[in-house]
Design a protein. Structure first.
Length: 251
């Protein structure tokens, strides 16, 4: 079978599919964190399914840089929704906005914005040294402010862009970043390598990458305007809904 025959899913459908495990994983994570559910291996695996979504959206930033008419408007849109999302994100994570952690644990929209800016810097006409320093500073800010995916979000997004014409190198880069990020996330010891969270999270991310690169046909969906705003709105909204669910259960 020709590889192109497998590319049957457009840009929007790929994202719609990614939302499902994200919603499930985030909901279970919140219920476990608030002691509504007791953590076990099965729930850890379900939580890790949420990691299926970020690679899809990392790829979307690369596409966005390539196809958007105004990169400034694109960046501003990401910033606005990052700020909007931070309110339900912080409430869901900490139960309050009156805490330093609310601004030192930022949601993934900030990571996506940092990734977009890093691509813009990389493609600028500044000398290579200046570009590299700029990207290091951008990545450092994601670490300083605890943006999701820590130090790895920017390198993953930038790598997907730089190696877009070298699929083997791109996959190796992606896989290395995923392995390191999951290793750090799940404990950084020998047991980590056989822990359910590390294994399921790594597999979910790799499957996401392969899903996106195998089935995505590079085309827009039938309703691009609706899809664009749907994805921006559903991310903060799902944190609002999870927060309300937790409140109702624990009230």
């Amino acid at each position: 079978m020709n590889k192109n025959e497998l590319k049957i899913i457009n840009r929007d459908v790929v994202k719609y599919i990614a939302i499902i495990p994200m919603l499930l994983g985030h909901t279970i994570s919140s219920l476990v964190e608030h002691n509504i559910l007791e953590s076990n291996t099965f729930l850890i695996v379900l939580q890790a399914l949420a990691i299926f979504a970020p690679p899809i959206f990392f790829f979307s930033i690369v596409d966005g840089y390539k196809y958007t008419r105004s990169k400034k408007k694109y960046a501003l849109r990401l910033l606005i929704f990052a700020i909007i999302t931070q309110i339900p994100f912080a409430l869901n994570s900490f139960g309050t906005l009156i805490t330093v952690e609310a601004i030192l644990n930022l949601n993934v929209f900030f990571t996506l914005l940092a990734g977009l800016i890093s691509i813009i810097v990389w493609e600028s006409k500044y000398p290579a040294v200046a570009r590299i320093i700029g990207i290091i500073i951008i990545d450092g800010l994601t670490v300083l402010f605890g943006s999701e995916w820590m130090i790895f979000g920017v390198p993953i997004i930038l790598g997907l862009h730089i190696f877009s014409e070298k699929p083997r190198v791109r996959f190796i880069w992606f896989a290395m970043c995923i392995l390191l990020s999951q290793y750090i996330c799940w404990g950084m010891n020998l047991y980590t390598l056989i822990s359910p969270g590390f294994i399921s999270g790594t597999i979910a991310a790799i499957i996401s990458y392969l899903f996106r690169t195998t089935f995505y046909n590079g085309q827009r969906g039938k309703h691009p305007v609706f899809a664009k705003w749907f994805f921006y709105i559903v991310y903060p909204l799902h944190f609002v809904l999870i927060y309300l669910i937790v409140i109702m259960i624990t009230a």
